[in-house]
Design a protein around this ligand. Structure first.
Ligand SMILES: [Zn+2]
Length: 297
């Protein structure tokens, strides 16, 4: 069997039959095994559904293409398994700007998928998954199971295929997976300002002088060229949860209230600002307490 690569931004159109003729694809040398070939699709590619008696060769459904239900995935799957499922997007996209260890920013796009047996979070790095629509059903192939704190989620990778299918009907409510809002006064807070080399993006700690040499890649640069990142953990009064606030959420917040963004250059100032605030703040956050937005009440 050849591997199918979808290079187009379009989702291949819906077919519900297991056997399809692939039209307008072409072969390219395989990236994972030589001398094999992969099949490459473009915007012009499509599927033509076929009946079983229309093909004259034996075929076997590959194990990674065997369908699992969400319940089977969350109960039986091992992490890092490739699975196939048909599910409806019930929430999302939620985009979180993540700061990588090297200081670069990458959007993490999150969806909640539901079928009749349960709900699961699915996410993808970058923009490869930003075309899914809430309320629409899709067949996801070669999507990888991941586990964090014993909670399973699914990761869309470059090898995954997503095909729109007809509506799968009633699905489980995804309420328990959706974002929440918490309101309160800031009780404790800790902001940490880090600087990253503008060449290799690694962390630079010794920045006393105006000209700084990166300890990792040895490139010297002006202090002002370093990439600054403010990470904040805060706790609200009468709540035990500690919330994580990334710089992007703070920039949005301070821009909305017309505060100068210079404040992001001083962790003490950020901490004092929130502690001296004579108002409640409203946090929109994920189930894992990642703050997506802040608002003054
Ligand atoms: Zn460097």
């Amino acid at each position: 069997m050849n591997k199918l690569k979808n290079y187009s931004t379009k989702i291949l159109p819906c077919t519900d039959t297991p056997i399809n003729k692939l039209l307008s694809s072409f072969t390219v040398p395989s990236t994972s095994s030589t001398p094999a070939y992969d099949l490459k699709c473009s915007d012009k590619s499509s599927f033509e559904p076929l009946q079983q008696d229309e093909i004259d060769f034996h075929y076997k459904i590959p194990p990674t293409l065997m369908e699992s239900t969400i319940k089977e995935i969350t109960k039986n799957a091992q992490p890092e398994q490739a699975v196939t499922l048909t599910a409806k997007v019930t929430s999302g996209p939620n985009v979180e700007q993540k700061i990588m260890k090297d200081g670069t920013q990458l959007p993490l796009i999150k969806y909640i998928l539901s079928d009749s047996t349960g709900c699961i979070e699915a996410n993808s790095w970058g923009t490869q998954c930003d075309i899914l629509k809430t309320g629409t059903s899709y067949k996801f192939q070669y999507i990888i199971t991941k586990s964090f704190n014993n909670i399973f989620y699914l990761q869309v990778t470059k090898r995954s295929t997503i095909v729109e299918v007809s509506d799968i009907g009633e699905v489980q409510s995804s309420e328990a997976h959706e974002n929440k809002t918490t309101i309160g006064r800031v009780l404790t807070i800790h902001s940490t300002l880090t600087h990253h080399c503008s060449s290799c993006k690694k962390k630079v700690t010794d920045i006393c002088k105006n000209l700084v040499r990166c300890p990792s890649c040895k490139m010297k640069q002006n202090k002002s060229a370093l990439i600054a990142n403010m990470h904040t953990i805060l706790q609200l009064k009468d709540k035990e949860t500690k919330f994580n606030v990334e710089q992007t959420a703070l920039i949005q917040f301070f821009t909305n209230i017309n505060e100068k963004l210079d404040i992001l250059e001083d962790s003490e100032e950020i901490e004092d600002f929130f502690l001296e605030l004579d108002k409640d703040i409203e946090l929109e956050h994920t189930q894992s307490n990642q703050v997506l937005s802040l608002k003054l009440c």
